[in-house]
Design a protein around this ligand. Sequence first.
Ligand code: ADP
Ligand code: MG
Length: 316
Amino acid sequence: MPRAIVALGGNTLLRSGEGTVAEQRERMRETRENLRPLRERDYDVVFTHGNGPQVGNRLLAEEESSGPAEPLDVVGAETQAQVGYLLQGAFGDAFGPDPAVVITRTRVDPDDPAFEDPTKPIGPYYTESEVTEQPFETTEVHRDGGTAYRRVVPSPRPTSVLEIDRIRTLVRDDAGPVICGGGGGVPVVAADDGDGAGENSDTTCFEGVPAVIDKDHTSRLVAEAVDADELLLLTDVDAAYLDYGTEDQRPIGATTPSELRAHLDAGEFAAGSMQPKIEACVDFVEAVGGRAILTSPARLGDALRDEAGTRVTHAE
Ligand code: ADP
Ligand code: MG
């Protein structure tokens, strides 16, 4: 049976304007039904997922609470558990036995140039006076015709997934679906273990860094490691478009890594949203072969039949 990594984008878990657990459960059940074509074709599935809205809700709640603040890496781990647990409840045994959730850490290079240039806005919106009291870097954003401020963090490229050997062990034929790499995984770097032995210590520990990883890159790393046949990126658009957002926009259907590279070079895809998806598709097909598909959950069945979505394979 084919093995696929299915990356669940933000809107498959929660729609904009929604926030409650009941709403998340409802959206996840809807996603389960949209994924029926995978059940019918007897796919082995590994799910990855985003966590942007969940992290946003947590940071907002923290602003309003007098309790101790939690660092971003801890919030990242918590939201993986939260979304994983809710997906277990919503998916049940639809894709085989009940899914297992692996809280995932993603290694990043501490010298990644992204750390010099935080670009990813996260969490609540602040006014100018509120933002001066915040300990973190912020950026100006447009909101309701005015100016607001948001925290920005770096978005480095993941170099490896720490739990990958364990994930590979779980991903055996018929062993049941695995949920991992949530929110791209918690970004970590190797650290002194704090026992005072410094470089002489025989213990390697990893510690979280305040950054966010794009889940599409992590999904690609997992897909390569478990020898997936397909990388399926599900989001709120039915395909990647050329001239997106203009009157001339047109969907990219069947395509190849080299064609997409040319579009990447031409700047067709927005950084932080469509660009990492396209990069993940290109990297996966170049490294492993197989097929990468970018579409919405509702069009997944059509895309698997080559009738919708952006479908990336090597040229015939
Ligand atoms: P996800 O949570 O699924 O990762 P993102 O918001 O990160 O969602 O990425 C999907 C978004 O990418 C779409 O909603 C769309 O607005 C945006 N996008 C940017 N460039 C393009 C493009 N060229 N074609 C299609 N969508 C694009
Ligand atoms: Mg995204």
